[in-house]
Design a protein around this ligand. Structure first.
Ligand SMILES: [Zn+2]
Length: 106
């Protein structure tokens, strides 16, 4: 399986790893309605592609890019399937969510 990047929506990331910040079509998080038009891919220097995973910078929920590069909630069982098929991406998502939760506690 090819490596899929994980993205942190709405904010640059200062973690010491490969990142790539890119513009995406303006859209809202389906959980918290936070509106964003920029995303940072973590682990690769590439813009997000449809089907890639992301974490909301406001609420830390896991999201998936659709064909228009807007985000949707994962389908039933999709996160569990990711854990089985691509644990590296799952770990990146957990790390990104932890960054968001730390920010929220400041
Ligand atoms: Zn959100």
């Amino acid at each position: 399986m090819p490596f899929q990047p994980a993205s942190l929506l709405g904010a640059p990331v200062s973690e010491p790893m490969d990142t790539h910040t890119s513009n995406v079509p303006p859209s809202g998080c389906p959980y918290c309605e936070y509106v964003y038009d920029v995303t940072t891919s973590v682990g690769v220097k590439a813009a997000p592609q449809p089907g890639d995973w992301a974490v909301c910078y406001n609420c830390s929920q896991f999201l998936v890019y659709d064909a228009d590069l807007k985000v949707r909630k994962p389908h039933q069982g999709e996160v569990a399937r990711l854990t089985q098929t691509n644990p590296k991406v799952r770990r990146l998502l957990e790390q990104a969510a932890a960054v968001v939760r730390r920010k929220s506690q400041l």
